[in-house]
Structure formats: structure tokens, C-alpha cells
Design a protein around this ligand. Structure first.
Ligand code: PA5
Length: 449
């Protein structure tokens, strides 16, 4: 197996080994319950063995659809929000050049994202950019009725149809949605768009390894087979046949619950690679939506170090002691930059001359970890050999599996998200959507008070 490791060494001062060991048997039973599909929300466990059951033919169908768009466009807009957006963005961003946004496939279209906010300025500026481009659209919505992507799709589809005609536009649109239900399914069938299905038993935030994530990732030129293979390896490493001490997802889930019980209510996912910023956004959604309910749940936060050491570092070191950190460490960067010698040495950096920038980054990482642990912030450390499709696949499945286990240990259903409906009801009522008349009256009264 390619290198992936979880170190609990720096939680030991806060949660001794014997306390973790005492939770091992309960956690092992939870892993079994996840696989027996006997816990709450068990209709949404389709992601559990998805990676190992994805066939070469599945991958080929996705790669072919992606290639068709790749070959006929110089830009693709990926439309979706939440679980229908963050996974693709997380993987693409982790695998792409920091500045061009491209992966190793220089001929891949530029990728833009839309439908993940309601900013008019964002859309207007996207339309400006697309004026100059031969573009295509990938529209992703499981329900097929989510307002943000639906508005973006309506606007971008119109632009595309006016530019190249309705028939040609159909060839440049891929829809990813439910097999049977929802407005997007109806539209895709009527218009004859090439379409892919989000399985019924996989919720948005667990869907990155379905066409939801894989199609956009393939369009950007990345190796989706390696991503799926990495996830399948982690599937094996976290299966019920493994003992607690062999299963990193079980250990991570158990430790974060033990920390939570000791008052550590905020988990900060730390990275030292700007490319992992969106991976942390994906992780925040996975854990926030899965665990934040019934008045419970660890609040998932994220920082990009060393950047945020100059902003959030003070709070983490000395603020309220309700925090713990999980550090994502990438052992080997793909590029090398060496710090040069300077005879004048006015900046006093010659002691670093000849060292790679990554050596400095790694010492910042270790120094920060030790300082934060000394300051009362437990740290877990996840190390990946490098940022590539294989390791990202491992990491994705690791966090998905751990999230399910952790949710059950916490005593919540990690697969529903009833709380996200509240803002939608208010927004629809305020906008006067048919069917929301009673809510509109109630809200108007509230606003007047
Ligand atoms: O995880 C979830 O279920 C949500 O974040 C959804 O993915 C998000 O609300 C988008 O929903 P849909 O794919 O139905 O447009």
C-alpha cells in the first residue's frame, strides 16, 4: 500500500492509550454495525463499497463522456453546491498547479465553478469570462431542485444556446442527477443530454467517488481510476475484519469522540499546502452536516498554515482550550526550490542556504505541532507520501468511513441533514414561491416586530 499513516502520539498527553483502548471494542462494534447496515440512516451507505465495486466499464463510460467535453471546449463550468460541488473542487485543486489551476494535462479545458453561491457579481463576471470561450456545462444536483445551481444553469444554458444553437448546446451539456426524480432529470431526458446517475443510497457529501466528482475530475485530465483504486485500498484497511489498531478510521473516530467528551468541541483541520484548502472545505461539509445535530457535534474548522499562523495562530496557541487539531502532512512535494546563498546575507538567511523550502515548511509544521500541544491543543497527524490521485482516494475514503463511525459513536444519524431546510423555507417564503403563502405571512409579521 502506498504510504498513509495516522499518528496519535500527540494526543497521548490528553487521552492516554488506555482510554483509547477502552473504547476500541465499542468502536469495533460500530464498524460492524456500519457494514451490517443496521444503524440510523443505513439507506445511505452505498458509498461503503462503491470504490471496490466500480468497474473498468464504469470508469470508461465516465472517461469517454469527459473526453468528449474535453475535446470540444476550452472551458467547462461545473454547476453544483454542497456535496454536488466540494468533492470535485477539492480533488482538482489538490492536483492542479497553484496558479494556472491546471493539472499535468495542459490541453484540458479551464474549469470554472458556478451554482455554489447566489452572488450576482460572481455570475456576471463568469459570463464575462465565458464570452471569450468555447464552453460546456456539467450540471450536478441530486434533488434536481436546488435553487443555487438551478439559477446558474438556467442562465448559462441560455447563453450557450444563444451562442451555438440548442442542438449543438445539447452536445456540450452533461447532467448528473437522480435516476428518476427531479426537475433536472426531466430536463435531461427531454433535451437528450448525456447524463449520469447519483445512486439513491449515496448522499451528496459522500458522493465524490460517483460521477458527481469523477466526471469533472476526469474532464480536468486527472486519473480517476487511480483515485478509485486508492479509495478501494482504504476500504480494505478499514473493513470489519481489521482490528481496531489496524483500522485508522476507527482510531481517528474514537479519539475525536474521546476529545469531544473532554470538552474539545472544535476540530481544526490543518494543512501546510495551499492546494489542500478546498480539501478542508470538503471535509468541513462532511463532518459539519454529518455530526452537527441534536444539539451535539464537534465544530469542524480549518486553517491553511503557515499563512494562518499569522492570523489564527494566536488563538490556537492561547485562546479557549476547546480545540484540537488534525494535521494533514504531505511528505514529499512534487517540485523543488532551494534557498540560495547570498554573500551579503543582509536578511540573515544564509543558515538556510542550500535547504529546500519544504525543509523549512516541515520544521514549521513540527515546531507548530509541539507548541500547540504544549499550549493544550491535542494533535493528530495524518501523513501522506505525496499529493496524487491514489493518496487522495485513500484520504477521501478514510474521512468518509471515519465520519460514519464517529457519528454513530456520538449517537447521531450521520447521513441526514434536516437542519439545512430551515433557511430554504424562509428564502422561498420571502421570495413568494407558490405553496409557501402561510410561511410568507408568518415571516412578514416577524420582520415588522
Ligand atoms: O450533502 C448534501 O446532501 C448537500 O450538501 C447537497 O449535496 C447540496 O445541498 C446539493 O444538493 P443537490 O445535489 O440536491 O442539488
Amino acid at each position: 500500500m502506498n504510504r498513509f499513516s495516522l499518528s496519535l502520539e500527540h494526543v497521548e498527553p490528553f487521552v492516554p492509550h488506555r482510554e483509547i483502548d477502552a473504547l476500541a471494542e465499542e468502536t469495533r462494534q460500530v464498524v460492524a454495525r456500519v457494514h451490517q447496515k443496521s444503524g440510523p440512516g443505513s439507506d445511505f451507505l452505498g458509498w461503503l463499497d462503491l470504490a471496490s465495486s466500480t468497474t473498468a466499464a464504469d470508469l470508461q463510460a465516465m472517461n469517454e463522456a469527459a473526453q468528449a467535453l474535453h475535446d470540444h471546449t476550452d472551458a467547462v463550468v461545473v454547476i453544483g453546491i454542497g456535496g454536488s460541488y466540494l468533492g470535485a473542487r477539492a480533488v482538482m485543486s489538490a492536483l492542479s498547479h497553484n496558479f494556472t489551476g491546471k493539472g499535468p494535462d495542459a490541453g484540458a479545458p479551464d474549469i470554472y465553478f458556478a451554482g455554489n453561491n447566489l452572488s450576482e457579481e460572481y455570475l456576471a463576471e463568469l459570463l464575462d469570462i465565458l464570452q471569450e470561450k468555447e464552453f460546456g456545462l456539467v450540471v450536478i444536483s441530486k434533488s434536481g431542485t436546488t435553487t443555487e445551481p438551478a439559477i446558474a444553469f438556467r442562465i448559462l444554458k441560455k447563453m450557450l444556446e444563444e451562442r451555438i444553437g440548442r442542438e449543438a448546446a445539447r452536445q456540450r451539456i452533461i447532467a448528473i442527477t437522480d435516476a428518476r426524480r427531479g426537475a433536472l432529470r426531466t430536463l435531461a431526458d427531454q433535451e437528450g443530454y448525456r447524463s449520469f446517475v447519483i445512486p439513491d443510497d449515496i448522499g451528496g457529501r459522500y458522493s465524490v467517488l460517483t460521477p458527481v466528482g469523477l466526471i469533472p475530475i476526469a474532464i480536468a485530465g486527472h486519473d480517476i481510476a487511480a483515485l478509485v483504486h486508492g479509495a478501494a485500498e482504504m476500504e480494505d484497511l478499514t473493513c470489519p475484519a481489521r482490528t481496531f489498531w489496524e483500522n485508522p478510521a476507527a482510531q481517528y473516530a474514537a479519539v475525536r469522540n474521546l476529545l469531544y467528551r473532554k470538552g474539545k468541541k472544535v476540530e481544526i483541520l490543518v494543512n501546510y499546502q495551499p492546494k489542500l484548502h478546498y480539501f478542508a472545505e470538503w471535509w468541513k461539509q462532511l463532518y459539519g452536516e454529518s455530526e452537527g445535530k441534536d444539539g451535539k457535534g464537534i465544530f469542524p474548522a480549518a486553517v491553511d498554515f503557515t499563512t494562518d499562523l499569522h492570523s489564527m495562530g494566536q488563538y490556537i496557541q492561547e485562546g479557549e482550550r476547546i480545540l484540537f487539531e488534525t494535521v494533514l502532512s504531505v511528505e514529499e512535494p512534487t517540485r523543488q526550490v532551494v534557498i540560495p546563498d547570498d554573500p551579503a546575507d543582509l536578511d540573515k538567511l544564509n543558515y538556510l542556504a542550500g535547504k529546500r523550502v519544504d525543509e523549512v515548511n516541515k520544521m514549521a509544521e513540527l515546531g507548530t505541532l509541539l507548541a500547540h500541544v504544549d499550549g493544550g491543543v491535542p494533535n493528530m497527524l495524518i501523513s501522506l507520501a505525496r499529493l496524487d490521485e491514489h493518496h487522495l482516494g485513500q484520504l477521501i475514503y478514510f474521512f468518509e468511513k471515519a465520519c460514519a463511525i464517529s457519528g454513530y459513536l456520538l449517537g447521531v444519524n450521520p447521513f441526514d441533514q434536516p437542519g439545512v431546510e430551515a433557511y430554504k423555507r424562509n428564502m422561498f417564503a420571502l421570495l413568494g414561491k407558490p405553496g409557501f403563502e402561510e410561511e410568507t405571512k408568518k415571516l412578514r409579521k416577524k420582520i415588522k416586530k
